[in-house]
Design a protein around this ligand. Structure first.
Ligand SMILES: C[S@@+](CC[C@H](N)C(=O)[O-])C[C@H]1O[C@@H](n2cnc3c(N)ncnc32)[C@H](O)[C@@H]1O
Length: 235
């Protein structure tokens, strides 16, 4: 397959550069090995479709894998990893300063059970992650794309649910949270209509999630936070 110079489908993110702060650069220089180097297939957030991540190899141990998509500055990811040193945590994020900030937070919390990949999560779920390798998939406060002309950029669609189903192990969990009511409805609709998931429910706030700045922003704006969870059916 020829590498692509650009993507032909809308993606759920915009290209955002941004310089690293001195602290972020310092964390990158010392902890950069936690950011996994994956072969690209065009844009620098792509992944070669022939590449499959050796998940146990990446962590140097076998342990249940928790994947967070759009881990941002890593607040929830690092907090959860510190609370559960027995689990492996993988953050998939396209925003480089966010990944660098995650390294800063990791250093502060002294956690070692986190790995990061700078990648479009949709591509990572299509080929990079082995089928059935994920114990729990988390998406906290995905970009809402709330204008109707931008809705096609939303991450959680029926096609995306198929990708989630590919990587989540049988009886594994998919958790999501958003502060945008119509996106919450869309998520619930997509997952409850997917034959691959059962028990799609409006859930109480997931107690394993620390308050991130995006959740805080939603609360400050008076928006309701909706949590959803579902279980991957056993084929
Ligand atoms: C609104 S922010 C929420 C960040 C974090 N989850 C939180 O609650 O603070 C959404 C994040 O998802 C990332 N993102 C959006 N689409 C993505 C994709 N296809 N693959 C990986 N990351 C993505 C963005 O770069 C951004 O950091």
């Amino acid at each position: 397959m020829e590498p692509l110079a650009y993507r032909t489908h809308p993606v759920s993110f915009t290209r955002r550069g941004g310089r690293l702060t001195e602290r972020q650069q310092n964390a990158w220089d010392t902890l950069g090995a936690y950011v996994l180097d994956v072969p690209r297939h065009g844009p620098n957030t792509s992944v070669d479709p022939h590449y499959v991540l050796d998940t146990a190899g990446a962590f140097g141990r076998e342990a249940p894998l928790i994947v967070e998509i759009g881990s941002g500055r890593g607040e929830a990811l690092v907090h959860a990893a510190a609370e559960h040193p027995e689990l492996n945590f993988l953050g998939l994020e396209v925003y480089v300063p966010g990944v660098a900030q995650t390294l800063v937070t990791m250093r502060h919390a002294q956690v070692e059970n986190v790995r990061l990949v700078i990648v479009n999560a949709a591509e990572a779920l299509t080929t990079m992650l082995p089928a059935g390798s994920v114990h729990e998939l988390r998406i906290w406060f995905p970009d809402p794309w709330h204008k109707s002309k931008h809705r096609k950029r939303r991450l959680v669609t029926p096609a995306f649910a198929e990708l989630a189903a590919r990587v989540i192990e049988p009886a594994g969990t998919w958790r999501l949270a958003t502060d945008w009511e119509d996106y919450a409805e869309q998520m619930h609709d997509v997952i409850s209509h997917s034959p691959q998931f059962s028990g799609c429910e409006w859930s109480p706030r997931f107690e394993g999630r620390v308050l991130t700045r995006f959740e805080r922003k939603g609360l400050d704006a008076g928006r309701l936070i909706r949590d959803i969870s579902a279980v991957r059916r056993t084929p």
